[in-house]
Ligand binder design. Sequence first.
Ligand SMILES: [Zn+2]
Length: 195
Amino acid sequence: MTDPKAEAPYVVTEPEFDEPSPHAWVADRVWRQRRQWSRFALENLRETELVGIGEEGSLAVPVTPELFARAPVAPVDPAAPVPPEGPLEAQQERLSTTREVGAEFAPTWWPVCCQRLVVLTLVNPTAGELADWERSHLPLSAEALDDLRYSGLWMGALEDVRAGREPCISFNVYQCHACGRIHARLAKYPKLASR
Ligand SMILES: [Zn+2]
C-alpha cells in the first residue's frame, strides 16, 4: 500500500497569529496556531471557511471516574489561567462563545475535569513542538486517551509526529489546570465506536 503522505515531512507553513488567547480554556499556543491548515490531516477542510461561533458547538462532557483515575498528571504552568469552576450548564455556555480551535471544528467533545473546562493545550504538533511540550509536561502515553480501544491509533499518531510525519489522525491534548490531568482525544473515531 502506497500512501504518498506517509513519508512526506510534516511542515506547518502558515504563520501563527500574534495575540493571546481570549479564552482561559484555550492555551495561547493553540490560539496562535488556529487556521494553520497544513497542521490538520483533514484534507477536505483545508482552505475552506470555518463555521461560525458555536454553530457546530462543542459538548462539555465530564470525564468519567475511570478516566479521572488513570489520566496522567503533569505540572501546570503557574502563569497560565485556570478556567472558572461551575456547573456543567455554565461550562457549556462558555463553549458556545468559543472561537473555533483544535483538530475538529470545534472539538465535538470538550472534557470537563474538576468542574472546569480543561485547557486545549496541544493540537497536531510538529515533532519539535511535541518534544517541547513533553519536556514541560510529560511524555504522552496510551493512558491519556479517553477511549483505550483506540490506543493503537493514538500511539500511531504520536509515532508519526515523533518521526517528523503528519499524524495519521488529528488529535487534541487537554490539561486540567486545576489538577494537572492530561486528557487526549482523537479528532475522529472509527465507526465501530458508538459515539
Ligand atoms: Zn482536573
